[in-house]
Design a protein around this ligand. Structure first.
Ligand SMILES: [Zn+2]
Length: 395
């Protein structure tokens, strides 16, 4: 392709709304607009990635610091749109809302008799725990939903010190919505003072820690009252016992026992579906220096950036064009900078765009039958005989 055909427009400055370095370099090098829309050069880059993705393991060959499980591949980045739990020790990785973690059960106690106590204005776990002087983990938190498919009332119990993961609940019961006041009253529960003890016609779902937690404080299903010493099995039972709670940073890895980290990330692939715009961003984020992009050879939109420096005696542009045609015939992908710009401008743009090899056709070297070759990430230029370049590039 030729520079002018692709209508490449590089930018001297980073956009003012630059969110990350990678985004900034992609915008400056003319792959995307400042509004994050793909430009023709970006489309070329994605076209190349699409071809690479015929090998479904290609993402692991781009030197990206990805984290993954059997289904998903993520790229950690502060602006990422998903939260991922990750164990750096064993690389356990999962969306945080679905992440498993090793739970610690409370020490076993003898079951004590139920006791109804007056608990005015204690309609949150915090207010209840502080009013009764019990730790939050000795309380049962109630959450009430209705299942979308049949409006079945769903009553959920997790330990008071933990957060429900609706994603995990949905895996157990299907799609849900919050229960209405009418539905709550009909079941015999009382909002803010609810427990599964004595409900009518409810699908009761409890976190798997609940059956092994004795003597929890739970609602009395009567405004202003709670029950002390509720016990699963004796006072109520559930249709479903499952892991329902949300993992957080510092929870214990279910695979190796080390602490989990929670990090922001972008999803790059799920099964064999690839999100190419995110992969392009991940490449730019990982592969750049202070002059521009430094794409790895396999992932660059073009193998070669070819340019000419205007000559006094020779038509270097025509020579470059000739060379461009022979590179193309040899199956090497080339971006030919066919503009009549000053050399400095082109060098800067070559660095910004980040093709792995820059070839410069200049008058003096041409007279010696040479072309200047520079690797994007190398420091030195090399002079190579015209006829040896193609063979060298095809290696
Ligand atoms: Zn681990």
């Amino acid at each position: 392709m030729k520079y002018r055909e692709l209508q490449i427009q590089t930018q001297r400055e980073f956009p003012s709304n630059v969110r990350t370095q990678g985004f900034g370099w992609l915008a400056r090098a003319g792959y995307i607009t400042r509004e994050n829309e793909l430009l023709p050069l970006g489309e070329k880059a994605i076209e190349r990635l699409r071809v690479l993705s015929n090998d479904s393991s290609f993402l692991f060959q781009l030197s990206l610091p990805v984290i993954s499980n059997e289904i998903e591949i993520y790229f950690p980045i502060s602006t990422g749109s998903v939260e991922v739990a990750n164990c750096p020790s064993c690389n356990y990785t999962a969306r945080v809302e679905l992440a498993r973690f090793a739970k610690t059960a409370l020490s076993q106690e003898e079951q004590l008799p139920l006791e109804k106590v007056l608990t005015p204005d204690c309609n949150t776990i915090e207010s209840l725990a502080s009013f009764l002087g019990v730790p939050k983990e000795k309380t049962a938190k109630a959450l009430m939903y209705a299942r979308l498919s049949d409006n079945k009332f769903v009553f959920v119990v997790v330990r008071g010190d933990m957060q429900l993961s609706e994603a995990k609940l949905k895996q157990q019961v299907g799609d849900i919505r919050p229960a209405t006041i009418e539905e709550i009253i009909k079941s015999g529960a009382s909002a803010g003072y609810a427990s599964p003890v004595g409900l009518n016609d409810a699908l009761i779902v409890v976190d798997d820690l609940i059956p092994s937690s004795q003597n929890l404080v739970a609602g009395a299903n009567e405004t202003g009252y709670h029950l002390k010493n509720t016990n699963y099995g004796r006072d109520y039972s559930a249709e479903i016992i499952a892991d329902l709670v949300h993992a957080k940073a510092g929870d214990i890895c279910p695979e190796c026992g080390k602490p989990l980290f929670v990090i922001a990330a972008e999803l790059l692939a799920k099964q064999n579906e690839f999100y190419f715009d995110k992969i392009l961003l991940a490449l730019a984020e990982t592969h750049h220096d202070d002059k521009g992009l430094t794409f790895p050879k396999s992932a660059a939109p073009f193998d070669v950036y070819l340019m000419h420096i205007a000559g006094k005696e020779l038509d270097t542009r025509a020579k470059a064009e000739e060379f461009y045609n022979s590179l193309q015939s040899a199956g090497i992908s080339v971006l030919f900078d066919d503009r009549d710009e000053r050399a400095g401008v082109k060098f800067n743009d070559a660095d910004l765009i980040g093709c792995p090899i820059r070839l410069t056709v200049g008058e003096k070297n041409l007279k010696d039958g040479m072309i200047e070759v520079k690797e994007r990430t190398g420091k030195e230029n090399q002079l190579v005989k015209n006829e040896e370049i193609i063979a060298g590039l095809k290696k």
